[in-house]
Design a protein around this ligand. Structure first.
Ligand code: FAD
Length: 426
């Protein structure tokens, strides 16, 4: 079997790449290990940043978005790549909406840390599952082999294994690696990101670092392998994501002693490690009725609520004292962790609490790609007919958890996916 464009992985990156190749009039085949595609895309909140788009209110630009991303990663990502992704983000979202019926809308009502304006786009259900379902619907005419785990890639062909152990191969004209990062590979996480080696992994188990392994074998360079998207707010023991909007809109995190330990407004990704460092590796998100109502607009939070994770008036040793201090910071006092409490309403009783832990969501390092999503070798030369995007490629978050700006994951999946699909088709 020989196909002009082969895409490995049916997550946001692979499906977007397939649509782009098909739109270019080129035959494409997606090879996916799972019987029912999910990937980390279906596990995510499904929020994709883009600017400017017609769904926004006219006050955003690719330049503003670029500055937000680079501020968060302290300028440590490849500026050319970040610039190209930002410039292509608006057109990509509008293309997915207009040409492929993905019902994007703007996520309104709150800002994630580091976003200077509202630029998150989601499908109406506000879930990654619904986003992936929309992409799969759009790909109904794309050839897809499911239950086909790729075991090796050469310069010419892709070898995959069926559930019965039999092996088959397909020759490609161009290849898009869209099989995500290495969060599901404990040995690689231990090697590259030891600080979360023992943390809960909240992404897709199939993310085994295959793209990095094959890419390196073919001569590719890798970068920022210690970079990752963490999260400091996964309800435990229920293992349900608790929206960070509770923090951005006024909530606080305390440890089991009822004491704060960080500036919650730096970002949810870097909050993973401070939470894990608290006694028992847990923290409590503390908030009030106003924020509970905001939470109830998020499907994950509703699930956490239904699972009994949300406690009214949680009893923690020094919580009253901590809340009194926070009131003081809101009226002129100085928070020792540097958070500005004056911009959001003060928390008022009754209080709510959810016990949470820190988790690894998604790795951010990977194969070095250029703004055309071409995989590069150590000298910066493109490898022939090889493209990568999403979790398979080195992202735009730099080398540490603090570099992850909310949305960087799906942004590089969807935008580099489209660029990779177009390049592979060409
Ligand atoms: C809980 C959670 C919430 C998140 N929320 C957001 C968010 O709101 N916004 C955001 O931007 N990012 C978010 N992320 C990150 C985001 O999910 C990822 O960045 C994104 O989904 C990566 O897309 P992808 O297509 O590269 O990989 P994936 O969606 O993981 O898809 C990779 C596919 O490749 C397949 N595959 C892997 N290996 C093989 C193989 N050997 N052979 C064949 N197939 C293979 C997998 O089965 C999978 O289907 C979140 C992540 C998590 C875990």
């Amino acid at each position: 079997m020989k196909v002009p464009v082969v895409v490995i992985g049916a997550g946001a990156c692979g499906l977007t790449a397939a649509l782009a190749a098909k739109d270019a009039g080129v035959e494409v085949l997606v090879v996916e290990r799972d019987a029912t595609p999910s990937g980390s895309t279906a596990l995510s909140s499904g929020f994709v940043p883009a600017a400017p788009t017609r769904f926004q209110n006219g006050d955003d630009s690719a330049e503003k978005m670029f500055l937000d991303i680079q501020r968060k990663n302290h300028g440590q990502a490849d500026a050319d790549l970040v610039g190209a992704i930002c410039r292509a983000s608006g057109p990509t979202i509008e293309w997915l909406a207009d040409a492929h019926g993905i019902p994007f809308q703007l996520v309104e009502g709150f800002l994630y840390p580091g976003h200077s304006v509202e630029r998150m786009h989601s499908v109406p259900e506000k879930t990654g599952e619904a986003l992936l379902a929309s992409l799969l619907r759009a790909c109904r005419d794309v050839d897809m082999l499911r239950s086909a785990r790729v075991t090796d890639v050469s310069r010419k062909e892709v070898i995959f294994q069926r559930p019965d152990g039999s092996k088959e191969s397909v020759e490609y004209g161009a290849l898009v690696l869209a099989c995500s990062g290495f969060g599901g590979n404990a040995a690689m996480v231990k090697e590259h990101i030891p600080e979360v080696a023992d943390a809960l992994y909240f992404g897709h188990a199939g993310n085994q670092g295959d793209a990095v392994r094959w890419g390196m074998k073919l001569g590719a360079a890798i970068r920022d392998m210690s970079g990752y998207q963490g999260h400091g707010s996964v309800a435990t023991p229920q293992n349900i994501l608790v929206t960070w909007a509770l923090m951005t809109e006024g909530g606080i995190q305390v440890n089991a002693e009822g004491q704060r330990f960080s500036n919650e407004h730096l970002g949810y990704s870097e909050q993973c490690v401070p939470v894990l460092q608290q006694p028992g590796g847990i923290a409590w998100c503390i908030y009030d009725e106003r924020l509970h109502q905001l939470g109830m607009t998020f499907p994950d939070y509703r699930d956490a609520h239904a699972a009994g994770a949300v406690k009214r008036n949680p009893s923690l040793p020094r919580l009253e004292e901590t809340l009194a201090k926070v009131k003081g910071y809101a009226s002129g006092g100085r928070d020792p962790f540097g958070r500005d409490f004056s911009r959001k309403p003060t928390l008022v009783p009754p209080y709510y609490g959810i016990k949470v832990t820190g988790a690894l969501f998604h790795t951010q390092g990977g194969l070095v790609v250029d703004p055309r999503a071409r995989v590069l070798d150590a000298a910066g030369r493109p490898l022939p007919r090889l493209f990568a995007g999403g979790g398979a490629a080195c992202g735009i978050s730099g080398p540490r958890a603090w570099g992850y700006l909310s949305g960087n994951g799906l942004l590089s999946a969807v935008v580099l996916g489209r660029i990779a699909g177009q390049g592979a088709a060409a």
